[in-house]
Design a binder for this molecule. Sequence first.
Ligand SMILES: [Zn+2]
Ligand SMILES: [Zn+2]
Length: 368
Amino acid sequence: MPGMKLLICPTPDCSGLLYLEDLRCDTCGAEVAYHTLSETMVAVTGPDIEVANRLWHPCVNRDRDCNWLAADDSSTDQCFSCRLTRVRPNDNDPDALERLAEAEKSKRRVLVQLNSLGLPIDPYFESDGGLGFDLLSSEYEKVTIGQANGIVTIDLAETLDAHRERLRVALGEPYRTMLGHFRHEIGHYYEWVLVEQTDKIEQCRQIFGDERASYTDAIDQHYSNGAPPNWRDSYISEYATMHPWEDFAECFAHYLHITDTLDTAASAGMELVPGRSVVPALPLAVGPRDSYGADDFDALMDDWHWISLFFNRVNRSMGKADLYPFSISDPVVDKLRFIHGVLTDLPRTRVSELDGFGRSIDSQDTAG
Ligand SMILES: [Zn+2]
Ligand SMILES: [Zn+2]
């Protein structure tokens, strides 16, 4: 279960650092693309690119900033991520397509992380109830962000800073991002797949409450009365108080926030060293790991305590809001521990040679 790798420019003698979203290397100017199977950046040398004895081509949506590759023998010109988008804006609406390109970046980042955590991704086009995305803009139609039967709906208008920030302030949220929306909605999907359809549901109910409680009543109650004043004692956010489903999805998103940030710190070789720090309580040394096994949950929480504290201070040095503007109470620790248990006890998967993503063994069987 390796973490998200640091990406390096494939040009010999360049070795510039690349971001996951990059289409070209800032250091040497080379055109690059992300190869999901090897989790590396490769050079785009032409329409056909050989990686690991197979031909690949840049995703047909490269002109919309998609930097992934698609296998030459797959049935479509689109990469795995773009194929997962079931509904997208009209091809002749440039504004909406610009928002789409932005949202797809967040989606690809989440997919890479889900894969690095070993989560199965059964696409909607391969199995009933599989994962898919409807990416629509509330500028043109009513869009309700949510997840149902594997399909995640996202409002592309939330890529617009002014729109998203207005909602964040109106809802009193300390954090609102496109990446956060994807992580939250994906949390609903995995609760459905990995908890509600398994024997983990009883323990889940004990920790998060009974998800069979009326969701409509919960919405009415939440939007008329708001969160209880003492919500911080047992919830990660006000929204999490609404219904057990929302509590799970919020905690799942936080689990992804935490592990991705720790992965990034780990892959950069970051370590907090007591001898070089004036913080008296800093333990022997804090070096985040690039992954945390079944028994490592307490280490994960300890590392996060120190790393998030320091990243918050870094942000404040730049006059920015805290990187992690949340505090994790003991009951929330138990919720995150449950999610860690679910994600370190995953069903076996089969990895596709065409896209590098895991599929449930069951879905392979039913797909014949
Ligand atoms: Zn380079
Ligand atoms: Zn693509």
